[in-house]
Each structure stands twice: as structure tokens, then as C-alpha cells.
Write a protein that binds this ligand. Sequence first.
Ligand SMILES: CC(=O)SCCNC(=O)CCNC(=O)[C@H](O)C(C)(C)COP(=O)(O)OP(=O)(O)OC[C@H]1O[C@@H](n2cnc3c(N)ncnc32)[C@H](O)[C@@H]1OP(=O)(O)O
Length: 410
Amino acid sequence: MEIRSTTDEDLDVFVDTVHAAFGLFPETPVEGGGLWWSALDMDRCLLALTADGQPVGTAAAHPFELTLPGEAIVPTSGVTAVGVLPSHRRRGVLGTMMRHQLTEFRARGEFLSVLLASEAPIYGRFGYGPATYTQQLKVPRHRAALAAPRARTVAGAPAAGSDNGSVEVLRRAECGEILEEVYDRYRRAQPGALSRPHRWWALRAGQPPISPAPRYVAVHRDADGVPDGYASYSIDEAKTLTVDETIATDDTVYTALARFVLGHDLVAQVVFKHVPPEHPLRWQLADFRAGQVSDEMDWLYVRLLDIPQALTARGWFTDGELVLDVDDPFLGEHGRYLLTVQEGKADCIPTDREPDLSLDVRDLGSIYLGGTAPSTLVRAGHVLAHRPNAAPLADALFRADRPPHCLHWF
Ligand SMILES: CC(=O)SCCNC(=O)CCNC(=O)[C@H](O)C(C)(C)COP(=O)(O)OP(=O)(O)OC[C@H]1O[C@@H](n2cnc3c(N)ncnc32)[C@H](O)[C@@H]1OP(=O)(O)O
């Protein structure tokens, strides 16, 4: 089995092979782009070939930036387009491609990698753990009233800022660069969010609202007219208004956009796709049970490649000290680290002190962004706590400024 990097000349073979692996036929290119694979960087793709040169496997990586807790922005490779022909499965082709990729990422100086998994059991063995989660929120319109915010200042005035902005509805094709600019501001402050490289928007490569699919977009502007949020949506024959994504640079803007779609005439229900866990919108509904949560699922998987670098890159919100004993069976590595957090910054050095927690690198990937509590993995039997207060201390340390969330599909 040979694994080799591709060039632009390999695009057709790559696209045919990955589609055959998924049992699909490649779509016919359309003018104006819109095809997911048009955004691939061919010099970051791999082909697996048999001894007689037949392509049987594919893997690709997008160069993204990932926002970590504390608004730290780091480069990462987003693994995608992984496929092995049905005729060549379970012979180790994927394992060989994964090893090749991880070596390449490290050679580029990257200390973590991410992906979205087609099936949850595939990637744990390669050191990837689910790290962000997403869910749908459905609200019947007749139960969609928002409660008045209860928080008051000491002087008794409402504490929540009122929205001084405005909402304008545009067709997707009329939005110009507004969505790209607003998304970029949003993702820089949202832990777990990925950058969307300009070429994705230019090529219309991705899911709505990036793709050319027809959409209306409610664009929110601040008091000075500067766009600071949007909700891209469509309404079907069953009178369901489905919001592809609600992107807001702060909570007041999110509330204004939610209020707008929830108040839309001639609509029976509103479905918000991709709501982050613990999002305040459910609490804002006057009728808590009006918000029906469904389709909760894992989204971004994280794989650490350099543990001290990764742990010192993110922001921290509680001081403390923890010894982590980390096993990386796929890469055949093992390390014990003393993590010391002081005033928002971490130091992470090798140690031979007794460990507080012993864990697999995939589980460290799951807790890294603050979206999975270490104590949950202790209770699940995956992480071993060596003393009673190790898990609560780890929970407090790893918790992020807000739950990580990613809604970029790749
Ligand atoms: C990030 C993305 O692109 S997600 C898209 C992933 N691709 C797909 O789902 C397309 C359809 N599936 C496929 O193309 C293939 O089945 C792949 C790519 C998932 C796996 O490729 P293979 O070459 O068969 O995997 P490989 O032989 O290296 O398997 C390595 C191990 O993973 C296991 N494994 C592989 N696929 C799966 C799966 N879908 N579910 C559970 N375990 C799996 C194998 O059993 C093997 O375990 P072992 O080492 O204990 O024996």
C-alpha cells in the first residue's frame, strides 16, 4: 500500500474515489461553484494506492483556525473526505492514512487536529474524542413568547441591555460579504468555532448559507448600521421555518434574531438547527417546555498531538494544579504532565509525581475545550481518578468561559 500526497491533477481521481467510498456519484459541477470538494486543498490530500497503482483510499485536511477557551486562536487541520473503497475495507488502509496524516500535521508544527465523524466509533482508536455537541431546538410559534429578563441592577433597573439595532431581510444572493464578515467576528470569540476560509465563501462550497441553496437571511445591524449577526432560514410547505444557523456577536443580538424568526407570520413552528448546549434561548422562552430539544449529537472531534503545547495554548478560568498521566496507544506514546494554572495561564511540564488522573489521549481531546466534564468520563469508567477530589478539581479547571460550539460543516 502506497500513501501519497496529491496535486491538482489528481482532483478527478480523488473525487471519484471518495464518492465511490461513500456509495455516491459526484454531482455535476454547476456554474458559480457550490460543490463541497471545490474547497479542497489538493496539496493537503492523500491517496492510498494498491501495489498496481489502483486508488482505493482518500483523506484530506483543511487548514482552519480553531478558537480555544479564552479566545485563543490556533491553526488546526480539519480532517475530511476520508474513504476506503468497499472492496478494500478492514485491511488497515484507514489506519495507514491516519498515521501518515498525523505525522504530516506534526511536521507542520500543529499541535491538534479536528474532524467531524460520519460514524462515532471510527476515530477514537486514532486518538480523536468528541469535544463539542450540538442540538436542534423546535418551538411551536403559538408558544414562542419570550419572557421579560428578570435581572435587575442594584438600583432596580433592568440589567439586560435592550437592542438598539435593526433587522433587515435579504435574499442570500444579496448579502455580499456580510455573512463572511459577521461569521469571522463571531468565531473569534466562540470556543470550538472554526474559521471559514475565504475561498469557501467565494466558491459557495459548503452547507447553507454558504452554498447557493436559496435562503432568506435576517441580518442584524447595530445602532450604527454595522452588521453584527444573521439568521439564515427557509420556510417549507408544512410552515416550518428552519434556521440553518444563527450567528451573533453577542447575546443581545442572538435574542433579537431569535425574536425575529419566532415572530414570523404564517409559520407553525421554528426549528433552530445547531443550538449550543446550555444555550440561554430555552430559558428566555416564557414557557420552558415550548423549547423541544432533539437531534443532540457529537460534532467536532479533537485530537491532541503535543499535550504541553495544547494545554498552554488555551485560556483557563480557575487556578489549580493537576497531574495527568496520558496514554496515546495509536502513536505508541505515554507522558505524565504537571498542569499548573495561575491567573488564566497554564504551565505544563513533564513530571514523575503521582498522577491525579490517568486517561487516554482521546479522552483528553474530549475534555480539552471544556465541553465534556472530566468527572463524566470518570463515572463512565474511561478516566481513572486517583484521589476523591481529582475529578471535581479537573471539572473546575477545564471548564470554558462558555460551552464550546462548532457549526461549521466540512
Ligand atoms: C472525517 C471523515 O471524513 S468521516 C468519513 C469516514 N468515511 C466513511 O464513513 C465512508 C465509508 N466508510 C469507509 O470508507 C471505511 O469503512 C472507513 C474509512 C471508515 C474505514 O476504512 P478501513 O480501511 O476499513 O479501516 P481500517 O481497516 O484501517 O480499520 C482500522 C480499525 O477501525 C475499525 N473500523 C473501521 N471503520 C469502522 C467503522 N465504520 N465502525 C467501527 N469500526 C471501524 C476497524 O475494524 C479496525 O479495527 P481493528 O484495528 O481493531 O481491526
